[in-house]
Design a protein around this ligand. Sequence first.
Ligand SMILES: O=P(O)(O)O[C@H]1O[C@H](CO)[C@@H](O)[C@H]1O
Length: 438
Amino acid sequence: MVYKVYWENAVQIIEPHDKGIADSIMANQQPRTWDVENVYSSDLCVDISDWSELYFEYIASLSRHRSLNQQTSLKFVNTSMHGVSNAPMTRAFDIFGLPPYIAVAAQQQPDPEFPTVKFPNPEEKGALDLAISTANECGAQYILAQDPDSDRFAAAEKGPDGKWIVFTGDQLGTLFASLTLERYKSSGTPLAKLAMVASTVSSKMIEAMAAAEGFKFVECLTGFKYIGNTALALEQEGYEVPFGYEEAIGYMFGSELRDKDGVAASVVFAEMAVALEREGKTAHSRLQELYNLYGFFKTSNSYFICTNSPTIDNIFARIRNYDGKGTTGKPSYPRTIAGLTVTSVRDLTIGYDTSNPPSYKPTLPLSSGHMIQFRAESPTGHTKITLTTRTSGTEPKIKYYLEGSGKNAQEVQALLPKVVAELSDEWMQAEQNGLGRS
Ligand SMILES: O=P(O)(O)O[C@H]1O[C@H](CO)[C@@H](O)[C@H]1O
């Protein structure tokens, strides 16, 4: 069973509460029998079964132009990926005044066998195949997808050549950040009050947007427990935090719900598509405009599979002492990759950040697994990359998050496969270490 644990601040628990709960579990290892009914009579137990209306009031608060939505001729296909989103999505579309979507019939209802997909994750290759054929049959312009527990969101757009453009989590995050910024500007509140949050492995395009526009951007560790808590801390400092995201297709809107929500993201995206269409634009064309404004950013994220912890530890130990001259207090990381010079290294496992002398302590908290972020640039300084490699907290994977940026899109795109090749062959020694690939 998968569940989330929230603290009384309505945000997922982090330290010290996670440790406190774990300690309590360890201190109570003997099974005890007790009357479950006692739970319901306790003052500590609050029945939240009628709170769903509040949730839909929250959804309604996110809509900006219901009447325009009612007039749109855009068609949306939606897949619930055999999960739970169909009922709330239907209601959310109605609340937003959007025309009913065309559901992917075979994936509309919950089915724990997930019979039509290899992996029930909209990010996986092929997961949107059925949605794409449904959309082609009915002439839809956009596909919306929620993952089975409906807290994450993916989208695709039919390109002018008829091919489907599946947006990455970062591209959607950038579109949402820009939409949030526009809305905030039109509210008249000074931009100095606005803050947005993203995990440190998400695109740095939001950082570039913040620098160009003058709002605050804060990064945090991966996972919505950190995004929600960072947003909460910023609010306590006096900021408004109407948006936060992580590249793993998780999006948070507004201050009432400090967690990712696939339904909210879907209707906000659909409403954005409606507004863009009235200007003769699409989500994809808007993204190209944003590249012109803030620079071109392209991600290439993937992972290696490794079930053997000692192998993983050895790989990271080697990266921390790449030329054999490292010491305990002063690691020695690779200095180049794919012809680029490494300009900074932030190691969130051992707590070492080359860009923060003289203490070399990172400003972000330490990660429970391995996590090292490299920034590197070309000899001209025109093309830059951020490369983070970390162990997954949920799967036997070494994940990597690579992003290139610069003015010359072709140069950036040509560089990424070379970085991945050196990461795989030299840094990870993927073949010698028997690492699997996605
Ligand atoms: O990378 P791990 O630790 O598996 O966590 C994953 O789980 C979350 C998404 O469901 C994201 O934070 C993603 O990165």
